[in-house]
Design a binder for this molecule. Structure first.
Ligand SMILES: Cc1cc2nc3c(=O)[nH]c(=O)nc-3n(C[C@H](O)[C@H](O)[C@H](O)COP(=O)(O)OP(=O)(O)OC[C@H]3O[C@@H](n4cnc5c(N)ncnc54)[C@H](O)[C@@H]3O)c2cc1C
Length: 396
């Protein structure tokens, strides 16, 4: 299938670009240090609300949720334009990308009314309670348990890596409600008020950005949750963990593709600098080889993304998702490592202009931070397993 933009797509792009030019917050706000992925400063709430009111927050959603029923091709244009301009549509990505669509798709009318619109309008912030010390890649092994007691669940257990938990108002938390069922069939999803007695968040520092504390251990001790906060049916939480993101998943590659492009452009900008041996990097044959190689990777990534998207539009299965996640996150990491090695000790200098892909920090911080891309949403090893089994047909 050929991917071509028609008049409707071109008009959509023009309208979006003109709107962004007029409304995007100043760069110093967009790039200001952040406290966590659930901390919403006033400007970020206002920006998300502005997007929502204009129908630009979730353009693929129907108008009753502030969308404009944008077609998949228009949504791709939307994500491309935002990525190219490095404009975040929210500072609480787990809420917008995972939790709001899950409640929209699996929630009751009352839950939708109570949670979806306030989330889209940035009135409430969320964390996602999936991983546990003994359940990450093998999420179905989770052991945090919830027992029914009258009109409530009583929750006990521990989550870990819970991004932004200490700043979140609510947590979409996956718990075991039937310990005797096969492990995928005894899991339920609960919407938990993070101010409930018995919840303790223990934030822990990250190696790469000492001032940005996103990860938490979250302990639940006899936490009482109304039964009305069960999302979906009892013991039917597993499909929710698999996400209600069919459309957005087909767009996730765009982020990686643009991050890799940005890393390559930033590396290109090092050409005039002197390497540790005093020579100009742009004159170094090895630097030129490596940079050209990553440039080719960035173009290949984009081409592979469009191919996967065309297949998605044609209703065909597109295993490109795993290929793109693996290739994109690892290429970015390798490109950043190469730049760090060429710069030598200067890579530690925060003032050497780097790609600024993650808020702040020089090249070495950007490199360390890139490891986060190869872990969530299925680690690189898990992606390789998927490719081996589902694309190459190797035995499980
Ligand atoms: C930036 C970031 C944000 C995150 N935010 C959240 C969040 O908000 N909420 C949340 O619940 N979790 C979050 N996580 C956690 C994330 O989902 C887990 O780290 C991830 O699922 C991997 O689980 P694990 O860390 O327990 O590693 P494990 O699953 O214990 O894996 C350890 C190692 O073994 C490998 N491995 C595991 N199984 C296999 C296999 N079958 N075959 C081959 N190799 C295997 C893995 O690839 C990895 O290298 C976040 C993680 C990161 C990095």
């Amino acid at each position: 299938m050929r991917l071509q933009y028609g008049d409707a797509e071109n008009a959509f792009r023009a309208e979006l670009v003109a709107w962004l030019a007029e409304h995007t917050p100043p760069r110093e706000l967009l790039e200001a240090p952040r406290l966590s992925s659930a901390h919403l400063p006033d400007w970020a709430r206002a920006w998300q609300r502005t997007l929502f009111d204009a129908g630009w927050l979730v353009p693929g959603w129907p108008p009753e949720y502030g969308g404009r029923n944008a077609t998949p091709a228009q949504q791709m244009i939307y994500f491309e334009e935002l990525s190219a301009r490095e404009i975040p549509r929210t500072l609480n990505p787990q809420a917008l990308g995972i939790i709001a669509p899950s409640i929209r798709d699996y929630g009751t009318d009352e839950q939708r009314e109570r949670f979806v619109l306030p989330t889209l309008r940035a009135e409430i912030a969320w964390s996602l309670g999936m991983s546990e010390p003994g359940a990450g890649s093998d999420l179905a092994s989770l052991t945090t348990k919830a027992v029914v007691d009258g009109d409530e669940f009583v929750v006990n257990g521990q989550k870990v890596w819970t991004s932004g938990a200490h700043h979140s108002d609510w947590c979409l938390c996956f718990v075991r409600t039937d310990p005797d069922a096969p492990k995928h069939k005894g899991i339920s999803a609960l919407i938990i008020d993070m101010t409930s007695p018995g919840i303790e968040c223990r934030p822990f520092a990250e190696l790469s950005e000492p001032d940005f504390t996103d990860f938490n251990e979250v302990f639940f001790t006899d936490v009482r949750v109304p039964r009305a906060n069960l999302l979906g049916a009892m013991n039917a939480g597993w499909p929710i963990t698999q996400g209600s993101l069919a459309h957005e998943r087909a767009m996730l590659w765009i982020d990686y593709a643009y991050l890799v492009q940005r890393a390559v452009r930033a590396m290109q900008s090092l050409a005039d600098r002197r390497g540790p041996d005093g020579g100009r990097l742009g004159d170094d044959a090895h630097f030129r080889d490596v940079l050209a190689g990553y440039y080719v990777d960035s173009v290949a990534l984009m081409a592979m993304g469009y191919r996967g998207f065309s297949k998605f539009m044609a209703g065909k299965s597109n295993p490109e998702h795993s290929l793109l996640k693996l290739y994109g996150s690892e290429t970015m990491q390798q490109c950043l490592l190469a730049a760090v090695e060429f710069l030598g000790p200067e890579a530690l200098d925060r003032d050497v202009a780097g790609p600024r892909m993650w808020r702040e920090g020089g090249w070495s911080v950007q490199y360390l931070r890139s490891f986060s891309g190869t872990i969530p949403g299925g680690t690189s090893e898990i992606q390789r397993n998927i490719i081996a089994e589902r694309v190459l047909g190797l035995p499980r």
